[in-house]
Structures are given as C-alpha cells and as structure tokens.
Design a binder for this molecule. Structure first.
Ligand SMILES: [Zn+2]
Length: 161
C-alpha cells in the first residue's frame, strides 16, 4: 500500500454527463478496453517497460490504481502488479466468460475495465494483477496527479517523492 491513504481520495461515482465527457476523449482501442471489457494485444502496451517511480492512474477518471514499486516483470506481455494502490480503489467481479473462472478488476470510482487478478503472482502477495496499458495513465513522482473530475487535493497536486 502507498503512503497516500485510500480514504483521502473522493470515490464518489462520476455523473453520467461526466462519464460521457471523459469517454469522448478516448481512442477507439481505449474505449473498447475500458468500456467494453476488451483486452489489448500482449507485448505492445506503452507501460510494459516503464521503470520510473510514480503511480498508475485510471485512464478514464484519473484515480490512482497501482504504485510503480509494485510492478513486476511477469513475462505475460501485460503490465503486472502484486498489489493495488489501495484495496478500495478497485472493484472485484467474478468473470466466467470464455469458460474460465477469473476475477475481473474495474476502477472502483468510474467502473472502467482494467484487467484481471490471478493467484499465481510473486511474493509478498502471491497475486498477479494483469492490466491493460490502455486502461492506465502514468504520473511520475513530482508530477501533478490528474484531476479529471475537479475533485481537488490530493488530485491535481504534485505526487510526493
Ligand atoms: Zn476510473
């Protein structure tokens, strides 16, 4: 877990108007993944080799979802993390599509699809959060967090570190 506690972020769901405005800025691929629960092709995501310290935010609403320090090289071709930024920033949904039982992860604030979590990750959690690059935006330490919903600090403020 990150030093920035989950409770300081406003997790109130955006209004339908706000969601429509946010979705209007998406590319076709981003829309497919985030809103239609799609999956990007492996080994082509922009964050696969991102090594800087910082946080990964929901591409749609800007909520921090993962911390760079929890990213690991899974070899799967998708950005992978051992733990979320904060447990209550994600919603876990049982997904039985394609004849498999998986746990889908969506942003707890806006509901945008992120990926899946699997029980075969490395220590310390043993979990593998397998995420689509197009579902994420990156904020490096020292850069301001996005504040797409005008929620105010800590959103829109420089990320400590
Ligand atoms: Zn979101």
């Amino acid at each position: 877990m990150n030093d920035v506690a989950a409770t300081v972020f406003d997790l109130t769901r955006p209004t339908d108007d706000q969601l429509q405005q946010l979705a209007a800025d998406l590319t076709d691929e981003e829309r497919h993944v985030l809103l239609e629960h799609g999956t990007e092709a492996p080994f082509c995501g922009v964050f696969l080799h991102e090594k800087r310290e910082g946080v990964y935010n929901c591409r749609l609403c800007g909520l921090p979802l993962f911390t760079a320090g929890d990213k690991f090289e899974s070899g799967t071709g998708w950005p992978s993390f051992t733990t979320p930024f904060a447990e209550d920033h994600l919603t876990y949904i049982r997904d039985t599509s394609y004849g498999m039982i998986r746990t889908e992860i969506v942003c707890a604030r806006c509901g945008a699809h992120q990926g899946h979590v699997f029980p075969d990750g490395p220590p310390p959690t043993g979990e593998r959060y397998c995420i689509n690059s197009v579902s994420l935006a990156f904020t490096a330490n020292g850069d301001p967090l996005p504040d797409k919903l005008d929620r105010g600090a800590p959103e829109g403020e420089p990320l400590p570190g």
